[in-house]
Design a protein around this ligand. Structure first.
Ligand code: PEP
Length: 260
């Protein structure tokens, strides 16, 4: 368990993966705005399909309490990379965050630690806040390699950033075996992994590590959100499947948080 405390409001984020085009996105936010009134004590972010960003921003209207981001960017600012989008393009379209290194990107599309590191740097260069996803497979967990894997993934990114830029990223601990499986990590497992990450952040940036939120993701649902959010070292939630339903996600987004 890490001895360090943190100093920011919780972040509750939804990752829609490849769900909801512009029409369904407008419908979602029409319903979500009614179901979820603004809360000052948390940050809400939706990671939309890039093609639905404009519809999402229109659908949010005056809800400045909610941000949107993209799920992936290329590390180059422009060029012959058919099908890709750059961080700057995402920013211009209204994104303020981007996921980097989601396990589906790493495992289905072969993204390497080095590519993730370049993406984090590109995001920061363009003004986007990157949420770096790290996590082990079941095989790696059973082999006792959780810390090795998540620190390798974090260290790759730390290797390309000067220490003063590291506090501008967010982390998401997302064990691969928990994503989309219905099997969440226990709050204790999450706390242990978050502690490993927090200790490394402290080694890298000292006291500034306290300002870096570490989210938990992996089969978060309305009935486990409160326990996971209360877990030691858990600073927020990254929610996949359960973020697709406006009233269900409104309940997760409104999960009570401990008083600061
Ligand atoms: C995710 O896609 O980041 C995720 C955590 O998915 P799920 O909540 O569906 O497990």
């Amino acid at each position: 368990m890490s001895e360090w405390t943190t100093i920011h409001t919780p972040v509750i984020a939804g990752n829609w993966k490849m769900h909801k085009g512009p029409v369904a996105t407008r419908e979602f936010f029409h319903a979500f705005r009614d179901a979820y009134p603004p809360h000052e004590d948390r940050t809400i972010v939706f990671f939309l399909p890039a093609i639905s960003l404009t519809a999402g921003i229109e659908g949010l209207g005056d809800r400045a309490d909610i941000d949107v981001g993209v799920q992936n960017i290329h590390w180059e600012p422009q060029g012959a990379f058919t099908g890709e989008i750059s961080a700057r393009m995402a920013w211009e379209a209204g994104a303020r965050y981007t996921l980097v290194g989601h396990s589906e990107r790493r495992h289905l599309f072969g993204e390497t630690d080095e590519q993730c590191a370049l993406k984090v740097r590109a995001a920061l260069d363009a003004g986007l806040t990157p949420v770096l996803c790290v996590g082990e497979t079941l095989h790696e967990r059973r082999a006792g390699r959780v810390a090795d894997v998540i620190l390798r993934q974090l260290d790759a990114v730390a290797g390309v950033l000067p220490p003063d830029r590291i506090p501008r990223i967010l982390l998401a601990y997302e064990p691969v075996w928990a994503i989309g499986t219905g099997v969440n990590a226990t709050p204790e497992d999450a706390s242990e992994a978050h502690g490993v990450l927090r200790d490394r952040l402290h080694d890298l940036v000292g006291d500034a590590a306290a300002a870096i939120p570490i989210l938990y993701g992996g089969s978060v649902k309305v009935d486990n959100a409160a326990a996971l959010l209360r877990a030691e070292g858990v600073d927020g939630l990254l929610v996949g499947g359960a973020s697709l339903d406006p009233s269900g996600f409104a309940d997760i987004a409104a999960t009570p948080v401990a008083a600061a």
